[in-house]
Design a protein around this ligand. Structure first.
Ligand code: BTX
Length: 250
């Protein structure tokens, strides 16, 4: 069922009370040739995180996936994840939450000066294409909105808990999509916007990646969205692509 959102941004919203995973539905729509469709659900019964992890998605959250067909190379696709993180963080801040970004795909709320945080939202980007061209790309965004952190996995927080009140989800989604639309129209502006909201830069990090562990200081992110870490061991700078990062710990 399509929902009239009165959006400024050019998205058609397909709403479900409950669905397995909005990313799975978005993938079907993408394969069917759709673009600028947003699959939105009140509840997901099979929500997914990265690397086959589960994403807890009870009724009351904002679970959505955006179907796009961007004219970019796959190398630029991580910028869509960062764009979604920036958009989600701005929308959460407007809802009264001290939201920040933890590279590459988490929207978090800091709990102390040492880099500890609670997770407010996660982003899962999937795509199909050739080496020189993206055919379609879906961006799944899960936000713990009108929920109690109690019922969620350890380390989660919610807009309700942080802001002390529920958010109007229609307004929140509208804001998020408008921000995302603006960010994708100015992909070169995404990294600077991301830097302003980042919790990770300047922190000591430990990254699990396919070629082994990297411990050092997170010093920058590149124009294509990779994290630059100055290694304790070698003193040299090493970049980590988002897709190659299993865990990033303070
Ligand atoms: P991730 O792999 O970085 O994080 C998953 C981990 O986060 C889990 O292993 C668990 O520890 C923790 N976790 C699970 N559920 C929650 C939650 N609700 N709040 C906080 N922490 C949690 C992050 O993956 C990407 C998540 C994307 C979710 C969206 S929702 C719309 C779309 N549909 C779908 O199936 N996935 C995306």
């Amino acid at each position: 069922p399509a929902v009239e959102f009165g959006l400024e941004a050019p998205f058609t919203v397909e709403y479900h009370d409950a669905v397995g995973s909005t990313n799975a539905v978005a993938r079907e729509r993408a394969i069917d040739g759709a673009t600028d469709v947003v699959v939105l659900a009140d509840e997901q019964t099979g929500g997914r995180g990265r690397l086959e992890r589960e994403w807890s998605s009870p009724a009351g959250g904002v679970w959505l996936s955006i179907v796009t067909r961007p004219a970019i190379t796959p190398a630029r696709a991580p910028l869509y994840t960062l764009a979604a993180a920036v958009a989600t963080t701005h929308a959460a801040r407007e809802a009264g939450v001290d939201a920040r970004i933890k590279w590459p795909n988490d929207v978090v709320v800091p709990v102390d000066e040492d880099g500890a945080y609670r997770k407010l939202a996660g982003i899962l980007t999937e795509m199909e294409g050739e080496t020189d061209r993206v055919e379609w790309l879906t961006v799944g965004i899960g936000v713990n909105a009108n929920l109690d952190a109690d019922g969620l996995p350890e380390g989660a927080t919610t807009i309700r808990d942080e802001a002390g009140e529920d958010v109007n989800r229609r307004v929140f989604v509208q804001r998020l999509l408008e921000e995302f639309d603006a960010a994708r129209a100015d992909l070169d502006g995404v990294v600077p916007a991301w830097r302003d909201l980042a919790l990770t830069l300047g922190q000591r990090v430990r990254v699990d990646r396919s070629s082994g562990e990297l411990v050092g200081e997170a010093v920058d992110i590149t124009d294509s969205g990779a994290l630059v870490v100055e290694s304790d061991e070698s003193g040299e700078r090493d970049t980590v692509a988002a897709g190659d990062c299993e865990h990033l710990r303070p």
